[in-house]
Design a protein around this ligand. Structure first.
Ligand code: GLN
Length: 195
């Protein structure tokens, strides 16, 4: 299998690489179009989506990534990475673009009005009690019918999805890469990339 690439522009790059090392899956940092040609899947890390968007433009990666996603490249986006995968972004800065591909509408910094960061145990698909770390996290306000919801949280008397899957695309509002729990990365490798 070709290695998994971790987008190396800003954010939790080393953390994702560490988790793949822990589970023995080859992974490497990528930021150039020729590097993206040599990967079997891509991680869009947590970080800052506005900065990532600007760097994606500077490195001319927006259109090549949109192409690869259309062709079926498996991608997992955490937090800012989920914002980059979303087809629609609420509370973005002026002109903010996403790569898109995933049929969701996300709201940036949605949990920030109440608490900036928190951790909770969540059931994510068939994974029980995952230690989900939310850091100025987005939530999902709308999902298209193609999207499977794996986990949600209650806020303001309604449920907001925070983990979703659509074909080869996986996204979570929270950051498994900052925990020692590799189960979601393992799920990505086995059920999303491997399927
Ligand atoms: N609030 C950040 C953004 O909009 C995401 C935060 C994160 O990735 N922890 O990009």
């Amino acid at each position: 299998m070709l290695p998994i690439g971790v987008l190396n522009l800003q954010g939790d790059v080393a953390e994702h690489l560490n988790i793949f090392k822990q589970i023995g899956v080859p992974a490497l940092p990528v930021k150039r179009t020729n590097e993206i040609a040599g990967i079997s899947a891509l991680i869009l890390p947590g970080g800052e989506s506005t900065t990532l968007w600007k760097l994606l433009r500077i490195f001319n990666l927006m259109d090549p990534l949109r192409e690869r996603i259309k062709e079926g490249l498996p991608v997992y986006g955490t937090c800012a990475g989920m914002i980059l995968l979303a087809n629609h972004v609420l509370d973005g800065i002026d002109g903010q673009e996403s790569i898109g591909g995933l049929g969701i509408t996300v709201r940036r910094n949605a949990f920030g009005r109440q608490v900036d960061s928190f951790e909770m145990d969540l059931k994510v698909g068939s994974i029980e009690r995952f230690p989900a770390v939310f850091i100025r996290a987005p939530w999902i306000e709308n999902v298209e019918s193609t999207v499977e919801v794996l986990a949600s949280v209650w806020r303001e008397e309604r449920e907001y999805p925070v983990a979703v899957k659509q074909g080869k695309l996986l996204a979570t509002s929270f950051h498994p890469e900052v925990t020692a729990d590799a189960r979601i990365h393992q799920y990505f490798v086995e059920a999303v990339v491997g399927a």
